[in-house]
Design a protein around this ligand. Structure first.
Ligand code: VTB
Length: 346
């Protein structure tokens, strides 16, 4: 599964990032998202695979493309029999976020990316469009920090695991009212807080890499993004835990409806019988093979954003595989014209 797909999914995220980056700083987040979705889908449908979107742009009725349940890949097309032998191919599940951080793109802010995760059928938790309480930390703290512990306790554990003072730790938290107490607690404990407006996937994954100066992600973000983060962190051997948030009293914005009871019913209809369960990275991304790919739209901690030049563009992507145990940074020059001015890049 990995050999061919590993290379092709780089192009999938690259194409989405390039399309979206053309809308960087234009103040139009929906367009920045739509073009990324379209580009991702178009490239995905050229891959020799039988894929199914398990985390995508939403339910079929609201999302014309990359909706949950959509089948993608050459071998899912109606005329697939002409060039595919379905028996030869395993079915794969795909979680996508073609433009993670639409506001970041629209306002030209750092940290947006096109991102996806792939696994065997059933290998990714089909998270509902709810919120998720999350904690991410470096591999050295895996299984030691715990979402059920207080931030203060977790910072002590992190400081021991990483062999550094609490004042040398940086915790990323999304700037939201719901996090005011959390932010105060982290500061009171002596650690430093990096507030971000959006984009907690990049923040979670940054914990998996030494040298990013990010040692933890704490707080509540979206659940689908939690699964994508977990896929990367599982492959990296980092710590990730998530717990669904279904109570509108905790998160008052967008994603979840007004009624806690209705949300609980919805979870039950999805066979999520223990709504308070804490999931670790292995449960959220449980497949034997887990592949993660991201391409920077705007520059972030891990990847450069898309840089256009006359006749082409340059991108930086990251592909992580749990099977080959690699995290591969890929620097690509895309030549749109026959004679791009490649040498005038800098
Ligand atoms: C979250 C976060 C994402 O949007 O979904 C956030 O996980 C939206 O949160 O990374 P609010 O509803 O509280 O605004 C992102 O930041 C970007 O998609």
């Amino acid at each position: 599964m990995e050999n061919t797909l590993g290379l092709e999914i780089i192009e999938v995220v690259e194409q989405a990032a390039i399309a979206s980056a053309r809308w960087m700083g234009k103040g139009e987040k929906n367009t920045a998202d739509e073009v990324a979705v379209e580009a991702m889908r178009e490239r995905m449908n050229k891959i020799y695979m039988r894929g199914r979107i398990v985390i995508g742009e939403g339910e079929r009725d609201d999302a014309p493309m990359l909706y949950i349940g959509e089948e993608v890949g050459i071998c899912s097309q109606p005329d697939a029999k002409n060039f595919c032998n379905p028996d030869e191919l395993i079915e794969i599940d795909i979680a996508v976020d073609p433009c993670e951080g639409t506001n970041l793109v629209a306002y030209g802010q750092p940290g947006s990316m096109a991102v996806l995760a792939i696994s065997q059928k059933g290998g990714l938790f089909a998270a509902p469009d709810f919120y998720m309480k999350k904690i991410a930390a470096p591999p050295a703290a895996k299984g030691k920090v715990d979402i059920n512990k207080s931030a203060t306790e977790n910072l002590k554990i992190l400081s021991e695991c990483l062999d550094r003072g609490i004042d040398e730790l940086v915790v990323v938290v999304m700037k939201r009212e719901r996090h005011n107490d959390l932010i105060k607690e982290i500061r009171d404990a002596g650690a430093r807080v990096q507030l971000i407006s959006d984009g907690d996937v990049g923040a979670a994954i940054s914990c998996g890499f030494a040298g990013t100066n990010i040692h933890a992600l704490m707080g509540i973000g979206a659940a689908p993004e939690g699964v994508i983060s977990a896929a990367a962190m599982r492959a990296l051997g980092g710590h990730f835990q998530g717990q669904l948030i279904y109570d509108p009293a905790i998160v008052k914005t967008g994603l979840i409806g007004e009624s806690k009871e209705a949300n609980l019913e919805r979870l039950q209809s999805m066979n999520i019988n223990d709504p308070d369960k804490v999931y670790d990275a292995h449960e959220l991304a449980s497949g034997e093979t887990v592949l993660f790919a991201a391409c920077g739209i705007t520059t972030g901690n891990l990847m450069q954003g898309v840089r256009f030049f006359q006749g082409g563009a340059r991108t930086q992507s990251l592909v992580i595989s749990n099977q080959s145990r690699t995290a591969r940074f890929v620097d690509t020059i895309h030549m749109f014209d026959k004679h791009p001015k490649v040498l005038e890049l800098h």
